[in-house]
Write a protein that binds this ligand. Sequence first.
Ligand code: CA
Ligand code: CA
Length: 215
Amino acid sequence: MRTLLTAALILTATTALAEPKSIIADIWVDNWFEMYVNGEKVIEDSVPITTERSFNAETTTFTSDLPMTIAIMAKDFKENDSGLEYIGTNRQQMGDGGMIAQFRDAANGALIAATDGTMRCLVVQHAPVDRACANERDPVAGQGACAFVETPIPANWTAADFDDSAWPLAVEHTAREVGPKDGYDKINWDKSAKLIWSDDLVLDNTLLCRLVVTE
Ligand SMILES: [Ca+2]
Ligand SMILES: [Ca+2]
């Protein structure tokens, strides 16, 4: 009887510990993102990256056990691998990126995690290699100043057990540097949520970023 009772208590305790949390995520990326939790895709930016000025924010709710691993692919828009946009027009330019996200406990609104410089981000597309590309009359991706650097996307990069210890730390940027707008302004950001990217908001166009939430 005592053994049975103990077993029942342990089972109850284990069940309570394993109860997944309902989590509300707010995400704003210039220009597009997809997000994975423990290797499973949870949300993709609802506005296609080809949409001009796609500065929307997304809010979504998902459930996860803690610890959890958040993995976000973030893309600054580029018309092609030169990294430029508005190619051939008088607005031809390199364009810049930026992102911010926060994760709250749906039960009480408490902040669980947010983007900041403790995250790790790997740049997988960098272009152009020379800013002079933006002034070329006929910029061709892969040629001269308009060359690009592409890094293969590691298999399993979204998985909880992926080793990101060799990736660079994310870099925090000010709102003045990023110039966030539109959807960004509709979210009440916790002050611990930071705008991040690599160290180069302009030339680094596609990033893989990971955040391990242990709380
Ligand atoms: Ca952009
Ligand atoms: Ca860019």
